[in-house]
Design a protein. Structure first.
Lengths: 141, 882
């Protein structure tokens, strides 16, 4: 990522402000709409799931400029998701759902450079989460 | 330069390969797979992914191992897999052969024990460059689930047959790697550098590398080293332009070219002799030298194996390509000298040393070379056998070495040299086993290679004075029978086989090779099919041994026997399956025989153009592998097919090519079909009749009963001459419905019996012999029309036309006379149709692979038959008679 892209992700996230719960709701709606089979992998209480999503997203967006800190968050998160049964292919679906949810909530503010910056940020997060997932799930264990 | 690396980069990350890693996890965990193949262009990260898989497996508690192919190690049988070989290279048996099966099994047991039954996850990097013996061992261990194989194969390199085989059977999964997307490249840079990069620099990396991971790796590390890429306030900037090369190899060269002399010498040593002992390198090099090479991403150090190797195969390639020959020689000899152990037993290390000496142009220990050659021989790697044994000075060559070299020379088609070395070997002291094999191999070379069956029989007779013990003497009998059969004497071959008393597996196997063909030729086709089938099973159980033909020979024989039995569809199916297998295993002699037999089947099916294609393929393969006898047979078939297509010029040409080859007796009478049919196509009917008669007489005197029936029947087809009496005799002497149908037609033709002709057409059609069926139906039409039954005659013509439509343009006399009212031959019709579209003769000739003269001949015949005199009238005339 470029420094400008990191700034774009953080500033657009700040702009969300009180809209964050809406983003969380929208995200899960987009996600399960795309792949209903993913629904059972998440907590039954969706409201609780949404709250924890918003919290994690905030932590991660704040940590993006400092890679070590970001990795600490994402690797642990990935390891947890591996336990839920989320697979590499699912990360693609999650990414699209996130970008579409952001587009819906941010409206015109979500222009092409912002979308590009979020896509890269998500890719970075997804790759490192998957790395954490792999080390949490050694073969044969 | 390396000392100038200011920062320590984190371990190089792996990005965009998580689905592949997940797949690995799944297939390893399933317990059903033997391995994973990683395929992709250079630099897409195959090696890295394989190593990542290996690490993941290690984290899960699997023992792991790594072997790598390289162009130098490919020469050395089992050289690449020494790490897996626990107890040396196996002991030779009584006849000097290494028992490969026992060696593999011993290795399997040792690994099983060493790892307490846990599957050993083994990376085989650059598997295409592994020698055949190493691949065979890996295949064996993977099939036994002793190892789980992770093989990398670079796009454009041949995928080893072992892997394609396992893949086809669903035993291995395959992933195809491509370059990274732009997003993945950005992520990779971010993780490798540990922070953001300015936009212009990121774009430049993308534009130069297009996402090729190795390229990125080389470029980033190079740019950091040179100070072109620097970090300021947490952001990476490009101070200088990236190297202006678009080729990955250039980039690797630049990086290696920038190494200090000391670092370079380590890289060179590894490129030639890797992997090297970690302890040795640590001792030999100044402190930190190895670490800085590792940090620069040029070498990988395995603490667990105490080994050092180059990080990427490309590094080795570049270094070797640029190393002066003398320098390489010096390094190899020094390394050989350093490792030379006082240990006289040739083990894996001795083999490595031998090949280093060989590469350096030095003199390795002959015992080690012979041992290596045995292993290569077991893997059918005859070129390596030849290279290793030819390095043994002739005065030091023993009988076993002579046998190995003679056989290898025969297999690669250098028959004179094979004869010389085998004769030499027969003069050396040896066990009876080796003496026998020298004799049998020398006889085989004399017969098949030099086309001298009499010499082969003399070699056999001579060996009988040396080889006297029971089972071995039996083999000489089988060899004698083989020479007789495949020089055109099935009758005498069967008589000789009666002397064969032994009933051990080897005797049964060698017996079946001769007996199946001899029985089929003499008309006992059902027995022949059964013997060929059983022979294959016996041969597989016996394993592959010196001085016996390839196991696929039995399948070839079965195809031949099925054809003679008139089971054409089965013959075709089996032939095609067999051809595919031997093509993938690259067994040239078997490929020739399958192609030639498929040509025979196609001729009998009436698929004449297909036959032409198969025979041409067989002739080409035979020419390439220098077997004159099979080439002669293939060219005969090719001439026959051309002649049946009405192309007299091409047929003559094939015969002229055949005339340059020595005589070869196998299927001799059948070869003469070509001469007779060429005379038919060239409109020399009297000569054709003489040729058919002479060939049939020869067939009768040598026991070729099915061929004799073919010849008499073709005489009748092409000239109308009666041969019904002899054909009836043959029909009762043979068990083949094809032979019976021929007799039925001949009798019906003589009696002008329309009903019987229709019946014969039905017989041929049921056998899948469409051309013969079409001709018989056309004969029926003629008889019916002569009898005044015009309706039935018209129906028979239609039937004949429909059957002829499957015959791919056949232009035999039996068809040409047939299709009243407009009796155009298939070829004439084809030419006329094209001419009617306004195409010039030259273009038609090109399109149909004919000469212009032949096209004009066909056209003239068509004009006459259709009663037209110009191309303009053709369309209309054809329009009413499509």
């Amino acid at each position: 990522m470029t420094p400008e892209q990191i700034t774009l992700v953080q500033s657009s996230f700040e702009r969300l402000g009180p809209g964050l719960p809406t983003l969380a709701t929208r995200f899960y709606r987009e996600l399960f709409g795309r792949d209903p089979a993913l629904r059972p992998l998440f907590a039954t209480d969706l409201a609780q799931q949404e709250a924890s999503f918003a919290e994690k997203l905030t932590e991660i967006v704040r940590a993006i400029p400092r890679l070590e800190e970001l990795l600490a968050h994402t690797r642990a998160l990935g390891a947890r998701h591996a336990g839920y049964g989320v697979r590499a292919a699912d990360y693609q679906t999650v990414g699209t759902a996130l970008l579409d949810a952001l587009a819906a909530v941010l409206g015109d503010g979500f222009d092409a450079p912002t979308r590009q910056a979020w896509a890269l940020a998500y890719n970075l997060v997804a790759e490192t989460m998957l790395e954490g997932a792999a080390s949490a799930r050694p073969i044969g264990s | 330069m390396l000392a100038g690396v200011a920062i320590t980069l984190p371990r190089w990350p792996i990005v965009g390969r998580r689905s592949e890693l997940e797949m690995f996890e799944r297939v390893l965990g399933s317990g059903e797979h033997a391995g994973l193949v990683i395929h992709g262009p250079a630099g897409t990260g195959k090696t890295r992914l394989a190593d990542e898989c290996r690490q993941q497996a290690a984290a899960g508690g699997h023992p792991t191992e790594r072997v790598a192919g390289s162009r130098t190690a490919a020469l050395l049988p089992l050289g690449a897999v020494t790490a897996l070989l626990a107890g040396g290279l196996g002991r030779p048996g009584p006849d000097g052969q290494v028992d490969t099966v026992a060696l593999f099994e011993e290795t399997r047991r040792a690994l099983h024990e060493r790892h307490h039954g846990r599957c050993l996850v083994t990376v085989a990097d650059d598997a295409s460059l592994l020698d055949a013996a190493s691949l065979a061992l890996l295949g064996y261990l993977a099939a036994q689930k002793t190892i789980f194989l992770i093989a990398t194969v670079r796009t454009g390199e041949p995928v080893p047959d072992l892997l394609t085989g396992l893949w086809r059977d669903g035993r291995v999964e395959r992933v195809d790697l491509t370059d990274l997307s732009r997003a993945h490249l950005d992520t990779l840079l971010h993780l490798a550098l540990g922070g953001p990069i300015e936009a212009g620099a990121g774009r430049q990396f993308w534009e130069v590398t297009r996402g090729n991971p190795l390229y990125v790796h080389e470029l980033v590390l190079g740019a950091v080293e040179s100070g072109a890429l620097v970090e300021r306030s947490g952001v990476w900037h490009l101070e200088d332009r990236l190297p202006a090369t678009s080729r990955l190899l250039d980039l690797v060269e630049q990086r290696i070219g920038g190494l200090s002399a000391e670092a370079r010498s380590v890289v060179e040593l590894l490129a030639l002799c890797q992997p090297l002992d970690l302890g040795y390198l640590e001792e030999a090099l100044p402190l930190g030298a190895l670490e800085s090479l590792e940090r620069a991403g040029l070498v990988t150090i395995s603490i667990a194996d105490q080994e050092v190797s180059l990080a990427h195969p490309l590094h080795g390639e570049v270094v070797r390509a640029h190393m002066p020959r003398l320098r390489a020689r010096a390094i190899l000899l020094a390394e050989a000298g350093r490792l030379e152990a006082p240990n006289p037993e040739p083990g894996p290390a001795a083999l490595r040393i031998a090949v280093w000496r060989l590469d350096a142009g030095g003199r390795p220990d002959p015992a080690v070379l012979v041992r290596g050659a045995r292993l290569a021989r077991d893997a059918h790697d005859f070129r390596v056998v030849r290279r290793l044994i030819e390095a043994v000075p002739e005065e030091q060559l023993d009988a076993v070495g002579a046998l190995l070299l003679g056989e290898a020379l025969y297999e690669v088609g250098i028959f004179d040299a094979s004869e010389r070395v085998l004769a030499l070997g027969q003069g050396l002291p040896s066990s009876e086993h080796v003496a026998l094999r020298l004799a049998v191999t020398r006889a085989k070379n004399a017969h098949w290679g030099l086309c001298q069956p009499e010499a082969a029989l003399a070699i056999n007779a001579g060996a009988r004075t040396v080889v006297t013990s029971g089972p071995l003497a039996e083999e000489l009998v089988a060899s004698e029978a083989s020479v007789l059969m495949f020089s055109g004497r099935p009758d005498r071959a069967l008589t000789v086989l009666e002397r064969l008393a032994g009933d051990d597996r080897r005797t049964r196997t060698v017996r079946a090779i001769v007996e199946a063909v001899a029985l089929a030729a003499t008309g006992r086709t059902a027995e022949a099919v059964g013997i060929a089938e059983a022979g294959f099973a016996e041969h597989v159980a016996l394993g592959d041994e010196l001085a016996i033909a390839h196991p696929a020979t039995h399948i070839v024989n079965q195809v031949f026997a099925l054809t003679e039995a008139g089971r054409l569809a089965e013959a075709e199916q089996l032939g095609r399956a067999g051809a595919e297998i031997v093509a993938s295993q690259r067994v040239p002699i078997a490929q020739i025989w399958f192609a030639a037999n498929l040509g025979r089947v196609a001729i009998l099916q009436g698929r004449v153009a297909t036959a032409r294609r198969y025979y041409a393929e067989a002739a080409g393969l035979a020419e390439a592998s220098r077997f004159a006898g099979p080439r002669r047979l293939a060219l005969s078939g090719l001439a026959l097919a051309h002649a049946m297509l009405g192309d007299a010029d091409a047929a003559e040409q094939a015969l002229a090519e055949r005339a340059t080859l020595p005589a070869f007796g196998f299927l001799g009478p059948e070869q003469q079909l070509a001469d007779a049919w060429t005379a038919v196509a060239s409109r020399r009917p009297a000569e054709a009749i003489d040729l058919f008669r002479a060939a049939a007489t020869q067939a009768a005197s040598t026991g070729h009963q099915t061929t004799e029936s073919w010849l008499w029947h073709d005489l009748m087809r092409t000239s109308g001459q009666d041969a019904s009496a002899r054909l009836l005799e043959l029909a009762s002497a043979c068990d083949s419905p094809l032979v019976s149908a021929r007799a039925r037609q001949a009798v019906a033709v003589r009696a002008r019996d329309a009903r019987e002709l229709t019946g014969a057409a039905g017989d041929f059609e049921a056998l899948g012999a469409m051309l013969l069926a079409a001709e018989a139906a056309s004969g029926a039409a003629e008889a019916l029309s002569r009898a005044g039954d015009r309706r039935a005659a018209t129906a028979a013509v239609r039937r004949s036309d429909a059957l002829a439509a499957a015959c791919e343009g056949a232009a035999t006399p039996g068809l040409v006379h047939a299709a009243a009212p407009v009796p155009l031959s298939g070829r004439e019709r084809e030419v006329a149709m094209l001419a009617a579209t306004g195409m010039a003769s030259r273009d038609i000739a090109e399109r149909l692979y004919l000469s212009v003269r032949t096209v004009n001949n066909h056209l003239q015949h068509a004009y006459t038959k259709l009663g037209v005199s110009s191309r303009a009238d053709l369309a209309q005339a054809l329009g009413s008679n499509p």
